[in-house]
Design a protein. Structure first.
Length: 302
């Protein structure tokens, strides 16, 4: 009986050794992650690879995107719960680990404008609710997808949002299209035309004395650095006063202060300022339309 028991122990020990030897060559998959700025969308997440004995890696971020970098950084555009998979590979052997990552909704209303020159991220102001809600509605419906920045003036602004610009022929005159309605002006003293401001285009005062905004066309301010004397003149002519922070912004960032109190500013850029400059310097034809189309895609960050 003792002999049989010992033989069993030997067999079990031999089997365990075989399992250990067979698993020695398999990699171990493991990772952690850190939110680079905030847990709210859009969230950039840095992944820390803790895998062992691996020669290659395959990441699936849970949003349809993937990577083969060992230490990737990935941006999640929208809030949600994502199942992130890391597969560690060694030769023909591999192991996969899955962990849950949560991205919270943003506190503010954010929209992203993607172009061939890069992507800009904007905050829409709660102080201009009609413009905010209208812009988000159109963006969610895909209204702006594949429209053009049809009017570009360097050191001034870049303008888009004309639905007729989609598939427009070269040389076609643009700038008169819209969704069939206008939006009441929402002038707010604290919202001014500094560089990066998002504002609504409109018809001129003679045809539009109420200064109602276009239902879809908008512009992004580039402008130029403004002197104190210029701001003093605008204050005297329009009957209001700039705050110290506004004056500093115009003196450093620049902008188009002569448009203040005449056009509704309803948002500001928070990422991608350099994209404005890249678009603003493109070659344009008579009428200020870029010679090569500058297309946009607008997404609401949720």
């Amino acid at each position: 009986m003792m002999k049989r028991f010992n033989e069993t122990l030997v067999f079990i020990g031999f089997f365990v050794i075989i399992l250990i030897l067979s698993s020695c060559g398999r990699p171990i998959a493991d990772f952690a992650f850190v939110y680079e700025n905030d847990e709210k969308a859009p969230a950039a997440v840095r992944f820390e690879n803790k895998s062992k004995k691996a020669e290659a890696y395959e990441w699936a971020f849970g949003d349809g995107k993937s990577s083969m970098d060992s230490l990737p950084v990935h941006e999640y555009k929208h809030s949600g719960t994502y199942a992130v998979e890391l597969t560690a590979i060694k030769g023909k052997k591999s192991r996969t680990v899955t962990k849950e990552l949560i991205v919270k909704p943003p506190d503010k209303c954010l929209v992203e404008i993607e172009t061939k020159f890069g992507t800009m991220l904007f905050e829409l102001f709660d102080a201009t609710p009609q413009h905010r809600d209208n812009f988000m509605k159109l963006a969610e419906e895909g209204f702006y997808d594949s429209l053009l920045f049809h009017r570009v003036i360097n050191n001034f602004m870049i303008q888009g949002g004309d639905p007729r610009s989609k598939n427009a022929k070269p040389g076609e005159v643009l700038g008169m299209g819209g969704p069939g309605y206008t939006v009441p002006a929402e002038f707010v003293d604290t919202l001014v035309h500094v560089k990066g401001a998002l504002a609504a285009a409109r018809q001129g005062d003679q045809a539009n004395p109420q200064k109602r905004s276009s239902g879809s066309q908008f512009y992004i301010v580039q402008g130029q650095v403004t002197t104190r004397a210029t701001l003093d003149q605008i204050e005297a002519r329009k009957g209001f006063r700039y705050g110290q922070m506004q004056r500093e912004a115009y003196a450093t960032l620049g902008g188009t202060p002569f448009l203040d109190r005449d056009y509704t500013v309803f948002g500001r850029i928070i990422k991608g300022m350099e994209v404005i400059d890249e678009i603003a310097k493109v070659q344009t034809a008579p009428g200020d339309r870029p010679v090569e189309d500058v297309m946009m895609i607008i997404r609401v960050i949720k």
